[in-house]
Every structure is written in C-alpha cells, then in structure tokens.
Design a protein around this ligand. Structure first.
Ligand code: SF4
Length: 418
C-alpha cells in the first residue's frame, strides 16, 4: 500500500500521496566540489528530484556545506559506520541523512543522530541491506531472508519509535529482485512510513535497468514505493535518472517529456529505421511536452496501433507519411521524414496546436490507402494480432438467449440485429 505518512526532503514531499520522487547518487569524490557540482547539475537537468552524496570523511562534510547551498535539488548525505559524520552532516545543512541503524555504532549513537535531526527538522532515511543485517537475524536470514529483512526494518522503526522520532523513510534493499519485491510488499503491510525502493548493485546499464524495471516496476504497479533510485554501474548518474523516469512514465505515474513508441520492424522494412529511431530519440530529449511520437517501419497496416500518437511517421522506400492523432498530415520524401516530423513538433511546441493543410492531408490519406490496398493480404504482426483478437471475441461471445424463432421481432417495434 502507498505510505500514509509524508516526509519532506528539502522541498520534495515523499509519501502520503506525493508523486514518486526520482533520486540518484553522485559518483564523484564528494570533496571534489567542481566535479560533484557538475554531476549534480547534470542529474538535475535529467530530472532528478533529489541527489545523494557519499560522506565518508571530514573533507566531504566541508564540501557538503557548499553543495547544499549551491545544489538546485535537495541533497541527502550518505553515512555509514560513523555517527559523528552524521551529526556533522546535519550541521552542514544536509536536507536528509541516510544511515543504516545497524552499522552506525549502536542504539545510543542512533539516538544522538535522531535527536539532532529532530531539533533541526531534518528527515532521515533508515536503510536495511541484505548484505548487512544485524547478527541476531543471521540464522533467520538463512531460513527466510525476506522475513529477516522485514524484521530488521521493523526493529529499526520500533527503535525510532522509542526515540519519538517519526520523520523518516525506510529502505529495504537486496540484490535479489524477488526478495526485494516480497520484502517491500510485506513491509508496506506492516508500516505506513514512506518507502525508498531500489535494487542494490543492480548491474550495468543493460542488466541493471532491466532488473530495476522488473523489481521496482512490480512494486510501483502495486502502489508500493514513494521514491526510487536505480543503481547502475556507470559513472554517468544521469543514466540512472533517465531509467527511473522511464519506469515512472511506463506506469503512467508521472509525465516528463515525450514518449517514443516504435514498431519492432520486420521483413517489410525498406529503410534504415534503427538510425531514424535513434536520431528521433536523441532529438526528443530537448523537448519538455509529454507528447507521444510514433515511428512505424511501414505503412501496410495504415496508422493502426499508433493512431493515438500525437505525431508519427511511417515510411516506405522513397516516401513517408507524417501523421498526427490518427490522421495523415502530409507525405514527404523518405530522406526528409525526420526533419519534417520535427517541423511539426516544433510548431506544436510553440503554438500548441496542430496545423492541418487539407490538400496535403488528403494527398497523404490517399497514399496511405493505396499502400494499405496494395498489401491488403499481407499477414503482418499487427494484422495477426487483430485477427486473434477478433477470433477471441467471436469465441467469447455469448450465445443469444432467444432467437427469431423462439421470440419473433417481425411485426414488433424493435429489432434484434446489431
Ligand atoms: S509490418 Fe509492422 S513491424 Fe513490420 S515494419 Fe511494418 S509496422 Fe513495423
């Protein structure tokens, strides 16, 4: 269940119905102010709501004092093992402190941190990681690792409760996707504090993105999770942010910039669609409107499943069509498709309306109809899908309870047809 409680990190609300916040962590040495600030600006530009920085030494605390002032987004200080650094990070002005109560030096040290955070009105993130469970849970972990993770998290929540501290969110992280899903589901049924979701050490851009999409996507689709971080083995933290946003966009939880849809291509393709899609995807990054842009490899199915797209192109060998919301806009030479598509997108971005030249649209519609007619008997993936759907609908249709013989409509004021 979505968390009932809300905390606020800087100016970003987490939980309690707030939009799921996207965060990431800088990969630079925090004390290297120039590089750290450059990375923070890049991740903010990519859409990070919050950024976390590692604070393992006093020189990082010194840098943190400047970072919290200069950063365009709230900053979380990530502290392990040393509660003194957590206290210093609070004094430095961090907008939130991430600690693992299990490795910070015992309950008294945790109490000191919560007391200071309480006085300053700063929230904490308390984390449980599969690799660092408290010793007394190790046997349980061998039997049931999900139960052990949740037990650790609940014990930490009770510890906070003992200190009368409520301004925190909780994270349970594991490298194991099913365990992360099961543990967060169970935890969300036991506590109502905001949850931070992530898959620890998820992997490279490719595997890490997939693991995170499966794990976090499953939880978010169940309305579990209030903020997410995608952990990828890349220096480019902005990649983590982009993946986070794609997950939220795919689930329609948040909107940010255009959505690109593209057919998978097949043997009917007659132009280099891979290059075209790559170029369109790159150019769309510069746009803020949440428009949907479709790229179809051929026009044999008409506009078909892309008819809801705000803008789209479909190509043939020499010519292509630009369409909008199910209707042809105009036919253009194949090598001008992308440029002319962006003419339409730019016009829309400025005027917020789609301009239709009736003569060009009629010409495009005719071209499309001609291609559809020429290929009317092709069993394309889309047609097969439509045929399967029709068949399923026919098979699933209930037999009429009465027919003309048992209950005639002839001579009455109604008919049963249609
Ligand atoms: S038939 Fe479908 S999948 Fe194949 S190129 Fe055309 S639009 Fe793409």
């Amino acid at each position: 269940m979505a968390s009932k409680r809300q905390i606020v990190v800087g100016d970003v609300p987490i939980g309690g119905g707030a939009p799921v916040a996207v965060q990431t962590m800088t990969k630079t040495e925090t004390a290297n102010l120039e590089e750290t600030m450059a990375q923070i600006h890049r991740v903010a530009e990519a859409g990070a709501d919050i950024v976390r920085v590692a604070v393992p030494r006093d020189e990082d605390v010194e840098a943190l004092k400047v970072i919290v002032v200069k950063s365009p987004i709230p900053v979380i200080a990530d502290i392990h093992f040393n509660h003194t650094l957590a206290l210093k990070a609070l004094d430095a002005g961090a907008h939130c402190i991430r600690i693992n109560p299990g490795n910070i030096g015992g309950p008294e040290k945790v109490k000191e941190v919560t007391a200071k955070a309480h006085n300053l009105g700063i929230p904490l993130r308390i984390g449980v990681n599969s690799g660092s469970l408290p010793k007394h849970l190790h046997d349980m972990e061998k039997e049931d690792s999900v139960q052990a993770l949740v037990t650790a998290a609940v014990e930490f929540v009770e510890l906070m409760d003992g200190f009368n501290f409520e301004n925190f969110k909780v994270s349970i992280k594991s490298t194991n996707v099913p365990n992360t899903i099961a543990a967060n589901r169970l935890l969300s049924s036991k506590i109502d504090f905001p949850l931070h979701l992530g898959i620890t050490e998820a992997g490279t851009r490719w595997t890490g993105s997939l693991k995170s999409s499966v794990g976090l996507g499953t939880l978010l689709a169940d309305d579990i999770g209030d903020t997410i971080r995608i952990s990828l083995s890349t220096f480019h933290a902005e990649e983590e942010v982009k993946v986070g946003w794609e997950i939220l966009k795919a689930l329609k939880l948040r909107e940010r910039g255009p959505v690109l849809i593209a057919c998978p291509t097949c043997g009917r393709l007659q132009f280099d669609m891979d290059s075209v899609v790559a170029e369109i995807e790159q150019r769309l990054e510069a746009y803020a409107d949440p428009i949907e842009v479709a790229v179809l490899g051929c026009a044999v199915n008409g506009i078909g499943e892309a008819s809801h797209a705000d803008f789209g192109i479909t190509g043939a060998k020499n010519e292509g069509l630009i369409f909008s919301r199910g209707k042809a806009l105009r036919k253009v030479p194949q090598d001008r498709l992308v440029e002319e598509l962006f003419v339409e997108i730019d016009r829309y971005a400025t005027a917020k309306e789609i301009k239709v030249d009736e003569r060009a649209a009629a010409e495009g519609t005719e071209w499309l109809a001609q291609i559809e007619a020429e290929n009317a008997h092709d069993l394309t993936p889309e047609r097969l899908k439509a045929m399967e759907a029709e068949q399923a609908a026919r098979e699933g249709a209930a037999e009429p309870l009465v027919d003309e013989e048992s209950s005639p409509t002839a001579g009455r004021r109604f008919s049963r047809s249609g």
